[in-house]
Unconditional design. Sequence first.
Length: 218
Amino acid sequence: MAYNKKTWTDRVAQYPNRRKITDTSTSVQQTVNVIRDEGTITTVGDVFDASTMNDLETRIDNAFNNINFPVAYDWLQTVTPTITRTLCGNTTDTNQSIQDGHRIHMAISYSNNRCLYYLTPQINVTNYNLMLVIGYMSNNYGVLTTQLGVNVDTNYYSSYTESNYTFANSTGAQQNSFIIPINISGKTGNQYINLTGWHGSQQSSYTCAIDITNIILL
C-alpha cells in the first residue's frame, strides 16, 4: 500500500501584511499594514509553512514504506461469496435453504443437527489472511443457542467442523454487522471456506437466518 505524498508550497503575495478595513457605520474603507505586537514570547512554537509540512509528508511516507506488507497485499480487498450446501446430519429435514447465493436459512428439528456449507470462490491463503463479514444473524422462537463453525480446506467438508462460534442467546435477538477471523494456520494454496450451522436446542421447528456478506482478504 503506497502513501501519496503532497508537496506543500508557501503562499507568495506582494503585500502579505496588508489588510483593508471597512467602517461598518460609514462604509469608509482604509488600507493598513498589520504587524504582530504580542508582548513577551514565552514559546515560539512551530512555523506552519511548506518546509514543516513537507517534512511531515516525508516522515509519513517513510513509515508506510517500512511496513512489511505481503507481496500480494491489496488493501481491504473483498470477495462476495456464493454458498452451497453439501449435506445435513438429519436427512429427513428439508427445511434448509440458500437465498440470493449468500443467505442461509436453517429450520432444524433435532437437537444439534448440523448442516454443512462451503463458500466459493476458493481463496489462496498463501497470499492472504481471511475474515468473514456477517451482515446479520437472527433466531426465531427462543432458540437456546445458534452456532456456526468456520474453517478452511482444499475441498468442501464431508464431516462437521467443531470450530464453533456462538452468536445468539435465548432471546433470539438479531446481531448485525460483525466479523469473524478465519484460522488458516498450517494451510497453503487455494482453500474453501467451510461453514457448519446448527442449533443447540432439544425442541423442534426452530429457525435461524445468516447473511454472509463478504470475505475480506488481508
